[in-house]
Design a protein around this ligand. Structure first.
Ligand SMILES: Cc1ncc(COP(=O)(O)O)c(C=O)c1O
Length: 592
């Protein structure tokens, strides 16, 4: 297929357009050539060519047929439709050439009439041969790798706080025919046809998302299309800010997420949030491990961010949303919470809800929430509460929230294309479960297990940042044991326990990768209870001993340390015990 030519063009329309009643577009019927124009201030500005669609394969079309198609096109009339996309006037020129499209069946039927039936059949079956092959036949390589990953998940202990196991129903929706459909836009306002059932699914998903967090649709809206939480966060910035505007979130070494902005110590801008916006972090108090709210307030009043972000990746304690609200109001910022880590706990009312205080709340859908991999954005709508003083005088001075259109436009078309409908259906399934008593029981168990693991480590004289946890995660300071997070993580992995290293603040504020983060949602989804987490604590302590011994014998430096791990009998012994333990607990959805 050639990709060099397009039969679309796009340009901006002036607001003094002659057609005062714009209609919704029907863009890109794949077999109807048309041109597409967006008008800007000047009507005279030439349309900018845009390659939205490709013409059919030219090589396959006989010269004769092309000439006849060209003749037909000369007779075509152009139909002009005008419409608006979130405030932008646009105009769509569509050729009335339904039957004359080069991709049309006239071409194939001409060919068909001169081809023997047997040729047709063999071409048809050549195309259809792959349609119903199972994965193991279609691609044994990928299938084999997937099977190995399944065994890895089954035989290991998963303690990465961000991970979880989805159920069979979620996997069925994810691996479904819904991936076939394009549905750019919002329910009821799509660019392509055939979206009536996709609309039903997305609408249901949105309703369930609001229900899961106890929100009413007069005051909250939700966008379930972000492909990930990083994209969800970036969509919020894109919708609400101009390039270079200021945001403020928890510093990554303090447990924040890079999607809230991050510069390396040598000033390198790491995330889009820092490349396109100006980010200034606040930090935890290195002595207590809690957010230093007084310093945060001082910095926020100096820096005056337009968005203040609470929520992080490695923070084991409750967030003081009320204090964040006060600070946001003082500096005139929108208050956003990224609840990615704790959204499941919030839905089950096992953690304080940010919705009472925040203007915008984002999340991943695949961590404690136990849904498919993706992102979600909740935003306030309707009237602003009177008490919010300074917020009312911000921006356009309106007393109504204006997040909805801005955020929806930022998700699509600004940053994303078609939503992943299989993901949205799977999320709807997961959110249905979130509303059940069984899910509440699951989240309560996640918390009990975190407490049990924490107590077991503390009883064995281990040091936890902040001394414990209010949620599903523990930050284990390994420095008193003389270990680095990296070395401990490596030995754990060799023993078939997965967790991740984290930065720890020294007393003087210097950052060292001296700890690891542990989380309980994944193993709780496999049916583990408090006693099982006690057993896991024993495994972890055994890994501490092995890591210490290897460090003593070979040193902490990576090369020598890794050499010391080779053919280590203690590791083999622990790995066998870990696998015997883990395989007692079925993998949800893969329990065959
Ligand atoms: C608080 C927080 N926000 C955002 C993210 C990024 O999520 P995603 O991987 O969906 O982009 C994470 C990931 O761990 C996170 O912990």
């Amino acid at each position: 297929m050639t990709h060099t030519q397009s039969n679309l063009s796009i340009g901006f329309l002036s607001h003094s357009s002659t057609n005062p009643t714009p209609r919704r577009p029907r863009i890109a019927d794949d077999d109807k050539p048309f041109s597409f124009q967006i008008d800007s201030a000047s009507r005279d500005a030439p349309p900018i060519p845009l390659q939205l669609m490709d013409q059919q394969t030219k090589e396959e079309i006989g010269k004769e047929e092309r000439e006849s198609d060209d003749e037909e096109r000369d007779d075509e009339e152009e139909e002009v439709e005008e419409f608006r996309i979130l405030g932008h006037s646009m105009c769509l020129k569509r050729r009335r050439d339904g039957e004359s499209s080069v991709s049309s069946s006239s071409y194939s039927s001409k060919r068909a009439s001169i081809e023997p039936v047997i040729g047709l059949e063999s071409r048809r079956s050549a195309v259809r041969a792959w349609g119903n092959q199972p994965l193991c036949v279609a691609d044994p390589d990928v299938c084999g790798m997937m099977e190995k990953e399944k065994q890895r998940q089954f035989k290991g202990i998963e303690l990465i706080a961000s991970e979880n196991f989805v159920c069979r129903a979620v996997m069925e929706a994810l691996g479904s025919h819904l991936t076939n459909k394009y549905s750019e836009g919002m329910p009821g306002a799509r660019y392509y046809g055939g979206n009536q059932f996709i609309d039903e699914i997305e609408t249901l998903c949105c309703e369930r998302a609001l229900t899961a967090f106890g929100l009413d649709s007069d005051n909250w809206g939700v966008n379930v299309q972000p492909y990930s939480c990083t994209s969800a966060n970036f969509a919020v910035y894109t919708g609400l800010l101009l390039p270079g505007d200021r945001i403020m979130g928890l510093d990554t070494p303090s447990g924040g997420n890079t999607s809230h902005g991050y510069y390396t110590p040598n000033g390198r801008k790491v995330s889009g949030a820092s490349i396109f916006f100006e980010s200034l972090p606040y930090k935890i108090n290195p002595h207590t491990g809690y957010v230093d709210y007084d310093k945060l307030e001082e910095r926020a009043l100096d820096f005056r961010p337009k968005i203040l972000i609470c929520g992080g990746s490695s923070y084991p304690r409750e967030w003081d949303y009320s204090r964040f609200r006060q600070i946001a109001d003082k500096c005139g910022a929108v208050l956003m919470c990224d609840m990615a880590q704790i959204s499941g706990l919030i839905a089950a009312k096992e953690c304080v809800s940010p919705f009472d205080y925040c203007d915008i709340v984002t999340s991943t859908t695949h961590k404690s929430l136990r849904g498919p991999r993706g992102g979600i954005i909740f935003y306030r709508k309707g009237s602003k509460p009177r008490k919010r003083g300074i917020l009312l005088t911000q921006g356009d001075g309106s007393d109504r929230y204006d997040f909805e259109d801005k955020i929806n436009f930022a998700v699509f078309p600004a940053l994303q294309g078609g939503p992943h409908n299989n993901h949205i259906a799977a999320l709807a399934v997961a959110l249905k479960q979130v509303a059940t008593p069984e899910y509440t029981a699951y989240m309560q168990q996640v918390k009990k297990n975190a407490q049990a693991l924490g107590s077991a480590l503390l009883r064995r004289n281990c040091k936890l940042i902040t001394g414990g946890t209010d949620n599903h995660m523990l930050l284990w300071d390994l420095r008193p044991l003389g270990l680095t997070g990296k070395n401990f993580e490596k030995v754990c992995e060799m023993c078939h326990i997965t967790l991740n290293k984290i930065a720890i603040f020294d007393d003087n504020g210097t950052i060292t990768p001296g700890g690891v983060r542990l989380g309980t949602p994944a193993m709780t989804s496999r049916g583990c209870l408090e006693a099982d987490f006690e057993t896991m604590a024993d495994f972890l302590l055994r890994v501490v001993q092995i890591t210490s011994t290897v460090q003593k014998e070979h040193g902490k430096l990576q090369k020598a340390f890794l050499k010391g791990l080779q053919n280590n009998k203690d590791i083999v012994e622990v790995r066998t015990r870990v696998e015997n333990f883990a395989t007692q607990f079925a993998l949800p959805g893969l329990d065959e």
